[in-house]
Design a protein around this ligand. Structure first.
Ligand code: ATP
Ligand code: PH2
Length: 156
């Protein structure tokens, strides 16, 4: 299946962290990184406004992993690049964050995994790079829609 991953980093060498995470993802059995967006500098969104700007990117992947295995793989890559989950503050600074935005048309909410990612539809730092890679992209599910339309709503 095709999947969409969102990456973000705002501590350390942000670009090096994104490159390391992308290489680690591509090295996984059952996952190929097919395309990577530009790295975009974005102001922090969410509960912690007073932190460094993020470098964000989106990757299109092809994978045989099931949704939970894909999330576990993302967490393993985060740990390998230097994220200590125990000290992570929600919405706060981190050397790397890898979220699963979509996996095919899968819609689910179970065991700590929600697909599509519940906040993707309101995050310009996800929608913008995704649109760059696929101008016809669509977010599946009842609250989905064309990524171009969702982006126009959050970043008019
Ligand atoms: N689609 C998803 N992608 C990544 N994590 C998810 C997803 N759905 C649910 N989660 C859960 O969200 C939990 C918190 O995610 P994380 O630690 O990345 O939070 P955060 O990065 O601070 O915020 P956000 O999830 O809004 O990016 C994870 O432990 C994971 O179980
Ligand atoms: N600009 C930007 N803001 C954020 C980001 C992010 O990746 N980019 N990630 C967050 C938590 O996942 C919270 N806020």
């Amino acid at each position: 299946m095709r999947g969409v991953l969102a990456l973000g980093a705002n501590t350390g060498d942000r670009a090096a962290n994104l490159h390391a995470a992308l290489a680690a993802l591509d090295a996984l059995d059952g996952l190929d990184v097919e395309a990577v967006s530009s790295f975009v500098e974005t102001a922090p969104v969410g509960a912690v406004p007073d932190q460094p700007d993020f470098l964000n990117a989106v990757a299109l992947v092809r994978t045989t992993l099931d949704p939970h295995a894909l999330l576990r793989a993302c967490h393993a890559v985060e740990a390998a690049v230097g994220l200590d989950r125990a000290s992570k503050v929600p919405d706060g600074p981190r050397p790397i964050d890898v979220d699963v935005v979509t996996l095919g048309d899968v819609v689910l909410d179970e065991d700590g995994l929600v697909l599509p990612h519940p906040r993707a539809r309101e995050r310009a730092f996800v929608l913008g790079p995704w649109l760059e890679l696929d101008p016809d992209a669509e977010l599946p599910g009842p609250r989905g829609g064309r990524v171009a339309d969702l982006l126009a709503r959050v970043a008019p």
